[in-house]
Design a protein around this ligand. Structure first.
Ligand SMILES: [Cu+2]
Length: 278
């Protein structure tokens, strides 16, 4: 078993921090670096502590919608946000989430992300976390080139801000503010949606939907971990997808078909606060 300092040293030398700069759609990269994803000035550094309560937590500081193109997708498309600065393998331990927010004016280029966000994807454990697994490869996203999700078939046509987020937990160790947040925002337009499509009503605001002392982000992965019984931030929408499970018993992708009890993944879930905007 590695100790905490050794593991942190390993992380800082063997694997870089990261952010996301490129889109991959149905297996092929589209466009170039920062074409459809808003470039920003945080580089590959994480956001930590009370900085997650700032408006910059939406899409990073220095990001601009007007300088970013909009890529058209259709329901069911598989989209990934790929690692920037040469990162081809995400090797940090923690859950991932993908949020979307429909541009209120119709134009995502002029949207600041102050509206309603909803979660369309979460990625948890894909194998038994055991002990070292919770520090490494039991997380579904470990070793992936980016964070993948599907365009839900229930969403209406229109332009959306899409925010991909990964929350490595190696620095959490049971304390508020230690988790790292890596994220960036892309600009997508959905075409070809069904006429019966509708926007989710279970939404949340950014910042606010997640707090530095939420149990989901203070979770200690340095003890024996049997499961991660949390859904960080807001609730997964009906029609959204979960990759893996709380205890890693399956690595499949499962679509949410019914309304889930708030913040719960698995039967032993405990959540420190209820979500905003239900
Ligand atoms: Cu890092």
């Amino acid at each position: 078993m590695v100790n905490a300092l050794a593991f942190l040293a390993l992380l800082s030398t063997a694997t870089a921090h990261y952010t996301f700069d490129r889109l991959q759609v149905n297996g092929a990269q589209v466009g170039k670096s920062w074409q459809y994803i808003r470039s920003h000035t945080r580089g590959y550094m994480p956001t930590k502590g009370n900085d997650i309560l700032s408006n910059d937590f939406r899409c990073q500081p220095g990001s601009s919608g007007s300088n970013t193109d909009v890529y058209t997708v259709k329901p069911g498309d598989k989209v990934s946000f790929l690692g920037a600065y040469g990162v081809t393998s995400i090797e940090h331990p923690g859950p991932a989430q993908v949020y979307m927010s429909k541009a209120p004016s119709g134009s995502v280029k002029e949207y600041d992300g102050s509206g309603d966000w909803f979660k369309v994807r979460e990625a948890l454990f894909c194998s038994n976390p055991g002990n070292d697994g919770a520090l490494k490869a039991a997380w579904c996203t470990w070793g992936q080139p980016g964070i993948e999700f599907e365009i839900p078939d229930r969403l209406p046509n229109g332009e959306y801000l899409v925010r991909v987020e990964h929350i490595p937990l190696h620095g959490a160790q049971g304390k508020a503010g230690g988790a790292e947040f890596y994220y960036s925002c892309g600009q997508l337009k959905i075409e070809g949606a069904s006429s019966s499509a509708w926007l989710p009503t279970r939404t949340a605001k950014i910042p606010g939907m997640i707090q530095p002392d939420d149990a989901a982000v203070t979770f200690n992965i340095w003890t024996t971990v049997k499961s991660y019984p949390f859904s960080p931030g807001s609730e997964l929408i009906i029609g959204g997808t979960t990759w893996g499970t709380a205890d890693g018993s399956s690595k499949g992708v499962v679509k949410q078909l019914t309304k889930r009890t708030i913040g719960m993944v698995g039967s032993a879930a405990v959540r420190a606060r209820s979500m905003i905007g239900l």
